[in-house]
Design a binder for this molecule. Structure first.
Ligand SMILES: [Zn+2]
Length: 333
């Protein structure tokens, strides 16, 4: 009897699993941060795909035939908006998709680009408290797409929301460890304005809010001045931007590259930033370590040097004493 019941339970659950597998909806996100958010909330109940591969630059993406196929099969498209994906409208048109597109920055008051008039800065995900709006919009869209699983999405969203709130607090506390004068972040492109506004750090970049631009001599002159005046100890390269200009700037000013930051893409599985949360945490840890390093060495270096020079002195005295002792023994014998 028991065996028969077990058989029916197994048969029934495999039918349910099979049905779910059959009905899984496909969600296509433009960039990896949003794909990761959707994966967290969906808990595997929808198929999440990403257009721009990890490490790719979403500003400069050139859609491929594979992208058109992906978008064509989508049941929902997730975009950042605010001028981030200039190539998306054409891709959607060419793909012939009927999927709904949602903008995850809906409800966010964007920072205006300093460089282009009437143009918004797209990098709102860099502020974890705005990331909360992203995940709320994604949760609502998933629930509308797949109402039967809305309870699961709501639950996963609740867990994820708490993690983002903790992350927001973590970053706030960490940035405070940098001496106030040293809170200057110099990067390749202007992706950190939201981060700077939320966590109290001044931003300077070689390029503007898009990587689709050439550096101007006036930008280099401005940055050299900022580095000198604030005694900035380090600059930061980005995972999706060619580091050449930044390396040149660091060597001209004889300062360090503080590390690699992730702004427009999360990192791959083996990187220190394989998720959206890891990306913001890693960036913060790298920034704090590099911008506090100089003041630490200023404090620690003095006693260390004293210690080592006194060891040398004791060594010489000991050698002289031993030498003298050996001489005395020889003279006696
Ligand atoms: Zn960017």
């Amino acid at each position: 009897m028991k065996k028969i019941t077990l058989f029916f339970i197994l048969a029934f659950s495999s039918i349910v699993l099979f049905a779910q597998e059959e009905e899984k909806k496909t969600v296509v996100a433009t960039a990896s941060m949003m794909a990761d958010m959707a994966t967290n909330i969906s808990g595997g109940l929808v198929d999440v795909k990403c257009i721009v591969p990890i490490g790719g630059d979403p500003h400069l993406h050139e859609p491929t035939p594979r992208d058109a196929q992906l978008v064509n099969k989508a049941d929902l498209i997730i975009k950042n908006g605010l001028t981030f994906e200039g190539w998306l409208n054409e891709l959607i048109e060419n793909s012939g998709t009927k999927a709904k597109t949602i903008r995850v920055t809906e409800g966010i008051n964007p920072i205006q680009s300093a460089e282009y008039k009437n143009s918004a800065d797209p990098h709102a995900w860099m502020d974890a408290s705005l990331g909360l709006k992203y995940i709320e919009n994604i949760k609502n869209a998933l629930s509308e797409l797949d109402p039967e699983n809305a309870d699961v999405f709501e639950f996963n969203y609740g867990v994820y929301k708490k993690q983002l709130e903790d992350l927001d607090q973590y970053i706030k506390t960490a940035i405070q460890k940098i001496p106030a004068k040293k809170r200057v972040l110099i990067t390749s492109h202007d992706a950190f304005q939201y981060y700077g506004r939320a966590y109290g750090i001044q931003l300077e970049a070689i390029l503007g809010t898009s990587t689709d631009a050439q550096a101007q001599t006036s930008d280099i002159v401005r940055l050299n001045k900022v580095i000198r005046e604030n005694k900035v100890p380090a600059l930061f390269v980005e995972s999706t931007v060619n580091p050449k200009l930044l390396k040149q700037l660091a060597s001209d000013n004889d300062i360090q590259i503080g590390g690699q930051l992730y702004a427009d893409s999360i990192g791959d599985k083996d990187s220190p930033a394989p998720t959206y949360i890891d990306m913001l945490k890693h960036n913060t840890d790298v920034i704090v370590a590099a911008l506090t390093r100089e003041s630490n060495t200023e404090n620690e270096s003095a006693p260390k040097e004293d210690g080592s020079s006194s060891w040398w002195l004791w060594g010489i005295i000991a050698a002289l004493l031993i030498g003298g002792f050996v001489m005395m023994l020889r003279m006696q014998s």
